[in-house]
Design a protein around this ligand. Structure first.
Ligand code: AN0
Ligand code: CP
Length: 324
């Protein structure tokens, strides 16, 4: 793998899932990353992504540097040709080139503004790093996707499924804030590449980007969608159609033990952080049906498999260069 900015960077999903589960079983540190540095830049807060990716880097023998780019470093300008007389002190052209001398892999988290659909879909932050960095770039959740989370979710379903083709339901839930579509986008994308029956349920007005959901069945009646589900992935997202808006905070969509009764004793997933009794009720999160902690545990192995694959590609190129 040369970069991991979106799910199309995964050529063989089954092989990557198998690799991640083997890394999980092995529990040993590897040497492939020795002498290499992972630099992580966070324009937004994080608990899991930050610590699991740092741990993954260390398990591969890498040095890891982390910076809160939103607050600790200079404010970055991304516009080409900008006259830099505002509060933005440094251009991405210099920042990415300089970081490429300190890091062998650069990983970036940059959420959408949720104001301007076209601007968010242009993935300006992530794509600028890709353009101006001379080392591989990893997406730690961008304006439209969270591919490390999606890989984790695919690993978790593969690990816990009891039948060859489980039914997986992605169910919208209420939240007091407006949140990105990144997590459900990537989840919907990766589910279409896995051996599952995949259904999405959300209120009217909350349909995800049809270019991502393609011909996935969308049911606006949650109870109907939940019938026979083996996995329910609960998540809030803001409206895509009425871009970035909160159209509903209807707690009838909160996932509770009562909803669980409609399913086939489903395992309940969420990427975390989760707002208790808004998104998922205590009676589910505190029950054996919840796998959210296990799921978060798998973040390390998803990140390890991805970083390892990037390192393998890089090492190969260095070797080829030496022999040429
Ligand atoms: C973010 C989101 O929904 O995209 C991050 C989730 C991993 N969640 C919040 O901002 C609460
Ligand atoms: N799931 C996830 O990405 O969590 P953080 O925002 O804490 O990194």
């Amino acid at each position: 793998m040369k970069n991991y900015t979106d799910l199309s960077d995964i050529k063989d999903l089954q092989q990557l899932i198998t690799e991640a589960l083997e890394l999980k079983k092995a529990k040993t540190a590897l040497e492939i990353g020795k002498g290499k540095t992972l630099g992580m830049l966070f324009f937004n807060p994080s608990l899991r992504t930050r610590l699991s990716t740092e741990k993954a880097g260390r398990l591969l023998g890498m040095e890891v540097m982390v910076m809160n780019a939103g607050s600790d470093s200079w404010k970055l300008e991304f516009e080409d040709g900008a006259v830099m007389n505002s509060d933005k002190a440094e251009h991405i052209k210099e920042a990415a080139a300089v970081l490429s001398q300190y890091c062998d892999i650069i990983a970036v988290r940059a959420f959408p503004d949720l104001q301007d659909k076209e601007k968010d879909e242009a993935e300006i932050v992530l794509n600028s790093f890709k353009k101006y960095a001379s080392v591989p770039v990893v997406n730690l959740e961008s304006a439209t996707g969270h591919p490390l989370q999606a890989l984790t979710d695919a690993i978790t379903i593969s690990e816990l499924k009891k039948k060859d083709r489980p039914k997986v339901v992605l169910s919208w839930a209420p939240h007091p804030r407006v949140l990105p579509q990144s997590v459900p986008n990537s989840f919907a994308e990766i589910m279409q590449r896995l051996e599952v029956d995949f259904v999405i349920t959300n209120p009217q007005g909350y349909d995800l980007n049809p270019e991502i959901t393609k011909d996935v069945l969308v049911i606006h009646n949650q109870e109907e969608a939940l019938i026979d589900a083996d996995f329910v992935y609960v998540k809030n997202w803001s409206s895509y159609q009425s871009y970035g808006q909160k159209l509903s905070e209807d707690r009838n969509w909160t996932f509770s033990a009562e909803k669980l009764l409609k399913t086939n004793n489903a395992k309940v997933m969420h990427c975390l952080p989760v707002r208790r009794n808004m998104v998922i009720a205590d009676d589910v999160l505190d029950s054996d049906s919840s796998v959210v902690i296990k799921q978060a545990g798998n973040r390390t192995f998803a990140a390890q498999a991805v970083l390892k694959s990037i390192l393998e590609e890089t090492v190969k190129e260095v070797d080829l260069g030496k022999n040429a």
